[in-house]
Ligand binder design. Structure first.
Ligand SMILES: [Zn+2]
Length: 392
């Protein structure tokens, strides 16, 4: 898979595979910078992992900026394919589920590149940033092992465009490469728009998105109906819920097919450390979906809808805080995209390794953080910390 990665250099002195392997190791060891990697150059590990000496931080950044993104995407697909064939990616509540969301990966007032997006802050300062739309595959798991989630692909926002256009480009590419990987796409309220719903409907996929009251027709029609409907009582996690389910709404003529609106009022209690008083909490959600009642009961819709947060909690937050994927290793739009795709590849392989390769007995009582430190130890075993000869 790594040998198939290519770049745009005409007479390369350093092999592309060496760079790809070195960057994957930066992520697996969570080093957070290419300069930190350069400090480990004399580690024994590199001799067995790379087919040559480790190059400088500057060369690594420059070569990643010239990498072709497509072979990296094919690498991610290869990992998915192997896991799928080994039946390691079971459905969730009977459905293949993916979640889509936009994420800002880096922002700066001082540094910019040709691919930077720009916005003016309230104080009149120009802010430069990079943002992309990402798709994550969510999978079920037996009770004795953690679930595997795969970061499938990303599409950067181009200057001047909103999230919808890159989201549709991303889905177009992912649906061609992974036609049967998922049946349902989860997304936030931004995506409760007719072009998004129709695009997935035309590709035979279902949608489940948050519905806010801006979509007045569908929302008001559903609100009118749930006012006359007694709620179903249920639970989600430790929350008691009241659910209203309004299928077959035809109040949004721009949308192809019937839509369904599900509302969940959820209540639970918390005991803050400071006051130690039991305090009731409530929240209310409204979702719009193209899933029929036969495809998913109300309870399933609620459970699936709450999985939308997985891309924030297990994707973006973990990538930024655990994997240093928000760090700008080289400020160049091509490099930012390829570093992120390499981070996705490292993330997918690590999680598959942790959940599926480690024996439950080895995993028991050990956190993921422990395994990360064990991996990092490998590149900190340096034969001679002081290479200078002793004075005569
Ligand atoms: Zn930039």
């Amino acid at each position: 898979m790594i040998d198939r990665v290519t770049d745009h250099r005409s007479l390369p002195r350093i092999s592309t595979s060496l760079v790809v392997k070195a960057v994957l190791a930066v992520y697996w060891t969570r080093l957070g910078s290419l300069n930190a990697l350069a400090l480990t150059r004399t580690a024994k590990f590199w001799k067995s992992w790379l087919d040559g000496p480790l190059c400088s931080a500057d060369s690594l950044g420059r070569i990643v900026a010239s990498l072709e993104a497509d072979p990296l995407r094919q690498g991610i697909h290869h990992v998915y394919d192997r896991l799928k064939r080994n039946k390691a990616l079971p459905d969730l509540h009977g459905l293949g589920v993916a979640v889509l969301d936009g994420h800002e990966t880096s922002a700066s007032y001082r540094r910019c590149c040709a691919g930077c997006l720009k916005r003016t802050t309230s104080s009149g300062q120009m802010h430069f940033y990079h943002r992309n739309v990402t798709l994550m595959l969510l999978c079920g798991s037996p009770p004795d092992r953690p679930a595997v989630r795969l970061l499938l692909d990303l599409e950067p926002l181009q200057p001047g465009e909103g999230e919808l256009a890159p989201a549709l480009r991303l889905l177009e590419r992912v649906l061609a490469a992974y036609p049967r990987a998922f049946d349902l796409v989860l997304a936030d309220a931004y995506y409760a728009v007719a072009p998004f719903l129709n695009f997935l409907w035309e590709h035979g996929k279902q949608v489940l998105v948050v519905l806010k009251d801006e979509r007045r027709d569908a929302y008001e029609d559903a609100a009118g109906l749930w006012a006359q409907q007694p709620p179903q009582l249920g639970s989600y996690d430790s929350r008691s819920c009241r659910w209203w389910d309004v299928p077959d709404l035809l109040s949004w003529p721009e949308v192809q097919g019937a839509i369904r609106v599900v509302r969940s009022e959820e209540s639970w209690t918390v005991k803050p450390q400071l006051t130690k008083e039991v305090t009731p909490q409530t929240t209310s959600w409204v979702w719009l979906t193209t899933l029929s009642v036969a495809q998913a009961r109300t309870e399933q819709v609620v459970r699936l809808a709450h999985l939308r947060w997985d891309i924030e909690n297990h994707g973006f937050n973990e990538l930024v805080n655990g994997w240093h994927a928000g760090h700008v290793y080289r400020h160049h739009s091509g490099a930012i995209e390829c570093f992120l795709l390499l981070a996705f590849l490292a993330y997918n392989i690590f999680h598959a390794f942790f959940a599926l390769n480690l024996k439950p007995a080895v995993r028991r009582g050990r956190t993921m953080e422990f395994v990360v430190r064990l991996i990092a130890t490998e590149i900190h075993v340096i034969p001679r910390l002081c290479p200078t000869a002793a004075p005569p």
